[in-house]
Ligand binder design. Structure first.
Ligand code: AMP
Length: 288
């Protein structure tokens, strides 16, 4: 596996792949890899001739007081996991090269970033889209793979691709979960055993919301109240948002008729976790 740390080296490597007409897959990550990331990587390996995984803890997607300074990093472990899978290149850019202090250009997808995580973290999506677009220009992949765990991010990236006429196929893959349903996240490493137990309330709330809808409930308010009560029944939890919304544009829904997204961000102690389910009346895209 090629380890690449400069933008020029990454561009040269990618140009070589393109010259050889190799289909290139990119999996952008912030590292501290888990099975959720590795599932995206496996998909790229299966669908593309060459796979690049980027690891970059993106400073401009963190707001003041968020967890940038303590975000978990273990590059040696990550590199071993990726090499063992057969990844062709890992791109670990230097912060000052990818985000130079005098950088003045940022990318902002409007409207769908006003809701959910965009509402709670006003700088978040601008930081994500700016860095993802830079990675797309540097790597020039044919395919880029993202997780539905961050469904809003996935749709925001899709909208950016559409609006800016980029020729990149965006693939979204289902959320990988622990055996008790808790979504895998690098941030789960912050949780104490008691907090890890409380984190189960997130998936339990989503399950209870889903079953209300599948049993015919059409009031989003009733579904949200039910989900809120599941979270509130656990100690050490604080709801950031709970939403029943349109799964592509994220506006709140009052009456549930079409497929909806149940989404939430919950603080478990000092750790903010997000999760979502896509629920359709007659079927369910998340673990049923
Ligand atoms: P991150 O390193 O958290 O920025 O995530 C990098 C990519 O992995 C994003 O596309 C995430 O949506 C995806 N991802 C993170 N956790 C999971 C998970 N549990 N299941 C599937 N994809 C995930």
């Amino acid at each position: 596996m090629q380890e690449i740390s400069t933008i020029q080296q990454m561009k040269d490597w990618s140009r070589q792949s393109r010259n050889n007409e190799q289909r290139l897959g990119l999996v952008p990550t912030m590292g501290f890899l888990h099975e959720g990331h590795l599932n995206l990587v496996r998909h790229s390996l299966a669908q593309c001739d060459r796979t690049v995984v980027s690891i970059f803890v993106n400073p401009i997607q963190f707001g003041p007081g968020e967890d940038l300074a303590r975000y978990p990093i273990d590059l040696e472990r990550d590199k071993k996991l990726l090499a063992d899978l057969g990844v062709d290149a890992v791109f670990i850019p230097k912060k000052d090269e990818l985000v130079p202090p005098d950088m003045n250009t940022f990318v902002q997808v409007e409207n769908l970033t006003e809701h959910l995580c965009g509402h709670s973290r006003p700088e978040f999506f601008r930081g994500v889209t700016t860095i993802v677009l830079k990675l797309f220009h540097i790597v020039q992949p044919d395919v880029a793979i993202f997780g539905e765990k961050d469904r809003q991010q996935l749709e925001v990236v899709r909208k950016m691709i559409e609006d800016l006429n980029l020729d990149i196929q965006i693939v979204g893959l289902p959320t990988i979960r622990e055996s008790d349903g808790v979504a895998l996240s690098s941030r789960n490493s912050y949780l104490s055993p008691e907090e890890r137990e409380s984190a189960r309330s997130i998936v339990q709330a989503l399950e209870s919301g889903k079953s209300l809808i599948l049993n015919g409930e059409t009031s989003a308010e009733i579904v949200k109240n039910q989900m809120r009560s599941v979270i509130a029944s656990r100690t050490g939890t604080r709801i950031d948002y709970i939403s029943v919304c349109d799964p592509r544009r994220f506006g709140e829904i009052q009456r549930i008729e079409n497929p909806v997204m149940l989404a939430m961000a919950v603080h478990i102690g000092n750790t903010r976790l997000i999760d979502n389910y896509l629920v359709e009346k007659n079927s369910c895209k998340e673990p049923c």
